[in-house]
Design a protein around this ligand. Structure first.
Ligand code: ZN
Length: 639
């Protein structure tokens, strides 16, 4: 059943993705643009690497109400990390460090969140119940995140279908990681507690391109409110991917939508190739019940090794161990992703769980690159009684770390006989992904007893509706009917000037194309003259456009007038240029002709274009271009 082989990214067709049963959904995290954090009154969005204090914490798993340990919690405990928080007085109070109970929820944040939920066509809950979601990686010092589901069962249009929005939550952002080396992980706390919404789509996307396109739709929707944060890290996507017979795997925190297609392709390929690996193991008679691995200390055997990483390890008193995977010959070189092999799955695990963060952190006998000499491999082979059918994996480090690593190698190799482990993975810049952690169990949410439930009243919803923009796809529909230039449609539909455009067209009867170009293209053109967006405002636009509608400004003078107004900082009557008299117009044309006659012209057909240009330069804004065109006999190209 797994006889399909993945082609290079650019050659994969929709049909190919259908063959492997590609399925993907999104969990989008978006920061809201508020002044303060969600459950305390510290400022939001003040980022700085400086700090006034450090706090050290250790995470410990506790038994759940069901009497079991959560997989992630256990994994984090195995890593024995020192978690260090950098704290700046200005951006953190005792709440974030769990020394003070939470304040009531930030209403500004809740309003924005609910507004976005309405745009997604969600049902908004009547009562908000705040829960705690367990986080034991240290990214939240309290070990849990406060979160509340507020919207359910929405949708967003995509092509000719609707993508279902399963649920929306409002929650606190986590810390920013500074470094994670060996047994020490350092976090900055400035981002901690900032309001965030999480939007979960159903896994309805059937090809990598679709995942990115739906992500763009969602991004446009939130941006249309003008009430979300922008820039690096303000929106982060978790993308879940599975293939037929595979496992739902989450790629965490993808910082850019443009990375999604390659990342999801590589994850689908990884799952497919791991399923093929399972088939191959089965063919060799290796199933969970027959899987065999042995390990032993080989510090003494390799004490004279010359391969640099091992020589360094041996010289500095570290332990060297080998794991023999019975019957695994060549399988560590089994391709999983682009230029990535099964050995990477194992290396990732011991990097994260055994904290062996110096790469390479293992070598193996299937390797095609030079590591230890073949004489050394022979020594290890003889010492461990391995056969030609086996693969040997060597790790090194402190005694404790090597013990953890040996265990993890055996666990991960055995998992290959079962299928694809449930885990979260991190996005790499080359489009592949690497192991991040074991997927948390489903029951890591529990009620927060610090905060009472909060009623969401009809009054509140009405207040939100009063500022809520129209859904951008409805605007696009209208723009298409108006036939405004294609390159203005998308941008205008989520622009802060979209409502202004509506007024200009409906109330002041401005030509839609003129208004769209004026609002979308002019600010960009003015930027080239050094005029910044923030110098422009709606009252300026209104007066310029109204003067145009009254016939006081010719169309081709709109840009220059707006420029003058922006430079002055306000609209005054003086910015309207006095129209040129017929006599002045004729004189300008005459002098342009004189200038023109002195030029060498190679293409006689361009004569009129050139002449028109010369006259326009003299008269721009004072006579409509149409009249000049008539006078110089230039018909084409003037709207
Ligand atoms: Zn605070």
């Amino acid at each position: 059943m797994y006889d399909f082989t993945f082609k290079p990214f650019n050659e994969m067709t929709e049909e190919d993705y259908k063959t492997v049963g590609f399925k993907s959904g999104l969990e989008i995290h978006q920061q809201l643009l508020t002044e303060k954090k969600l459950f305390c009154r510290c400022p939001a969005g003040k980022y700085s690497k400086e700090f006034d204090a450090e706090i050290l914490r250790h995470m410990r798993p506790t038994l759940s109400e069901m009497g079991v340990y959560d997989g992630t919690a256990l994994m984090e405990f195995k890593t024995k990390k020192n978690i260090i928080y950098h704290i700046k007085r200005e951006t953190v109070c005792t709440y974030e460090m769990d020394d003070t109970p939470p304040f009531l929820i930030n209403e500004e944040a809740l309003d924005i969140a609910i507004g976005i939920g309405m745009l997604y066509n969600c049902n908004i809950v009547d009562e908000l119940h705040i829960a705690r979601k367990q986080y034991l990686d240290g990214s939240i010092p309290t070990g849990f995140q406060r979160t509340a589901i507020y919207g359910l069962d929405g949708w967003i249009p995509y092509k000719d279908r609707k993508i279902k929005i399963v649920q929306m939550s409002i929650e606190e952002d986590s810390c920013r990681e500074v470094s994670d080396i060996g047994h020490e992980r350092v976090y900055l706390t400035d981002r901690l507690g900032m309001p965030l919404i999480e939007t979960v789509t159903e896994p309805a996307m059937r090809a990598p391109k679709e995942v990115a396109e739906v992500a763009w739709q969602c991004s446009k929707l939130v941006r249309s409110t003008q009430k979300v944060r922008r820039g690096m890290g303000a929106a982060r996507e978790d993308v879940n991917v599975s293939v037929e017979g595979g496992t739902r795997v989450e790629i965490k925190g993808v910082p850019q939508i443009t990375l999604i297609p390659l990342l999801t392709y590589n994850e689908a390929m990884r799952q497919w190739n791991l399923l093929r690996l399972r088939e191959e193991l089965k063919r060799r008679g290796i199933i969970p019940e027959t899987f065999k691995a042995e390990s032993c200390d080989i510090t003494k055997i390799l004490k004279k090794v010359s391969y640099a990483p091992l020589k360094y390890a041996a010289d500095s008193g570290m332990k060297l161990s080998v794991v023999v995977l019975k019957g695994f010959k060549d399988l560590l070189h089994w391709q999983t992703q682009t230029d990535t092999y099964f050995s990477k799955e194992i290396s990732d695990r011991i990097r994260v769980i055994a904290c062996l963060t110096n790469i390479p952190n293992l070598i193996h006998s299937d390797s095609k690159s030079d590591t230890i000499s073949s004489a050394d491999w022979q020594k290890v082979k003889k010492f461990t009684n391995s056969s030609d059918q086996d693969t040997m994996v060597i790790v090194w480090g402190s005694e404790g770390d090597v013990k953890t690593a040996v265990n993890e190698i055996i666990i991960r190799a055995k998992e290959a006989t079962i299928g694809i482990p449930s885990e979260t993975r991190q996005a790499m810049s080359d489009g592949t992904n690497g192991f991040e952690r074991i997927l948390p169990g489903a029951d890591r949410m529990y009620p927060d007893t610090d905060l009472p439930p909060k009623k969401i009243t009809g009054d509140k919803l009405n207040k939100i509706k009063s500022w809520l923009p129209e859904q951008f796809w409805k605007r696009i529909e209208w723009y298409n009917k108006l036939e405004i230039p294609k390159d203005t449609i998308e941008e205008l539909s989520i622009s802060k000037y979209a409502e202004f455009f509506k007024k200009a067209v409906n109330d002041w009867k401005i030509n839609p194309t003129t208004a769209a170009v004026f609002l979308i293209q002019f600010p960009k053109r003015l930027k080239k003259y050094g005029i910044l967006d923030e110098w422009l405002n709606e009252p300026m636009f209104e007066q310029v456009l109204k003067s145009y509608a009254n016939g006081n400004i010719p169309k081709d003078a709109l840009l220059i007038t707006l420029k003058t107004v922006a430079e002055l900082g306000a609209f005054t009557e003086e910015v309207i240029l006095t129209p040129a008299t017929e006599k002045a117009t004729d004189e300008a044309i005459k002098s342009a002709r004189l200038e023109y006659d002195k030029m060498k012209i190679y293409n006689p057909e361009s004569k009129n274009i050139l002449l028109m240009g010369l006259v326009m330069k003299k008269l721009r804004g004072r006579v409509p271009a149409k009249i000049i065109a008539g006078k110089v006999g230039f018909e084409k190209g003037v709207r």
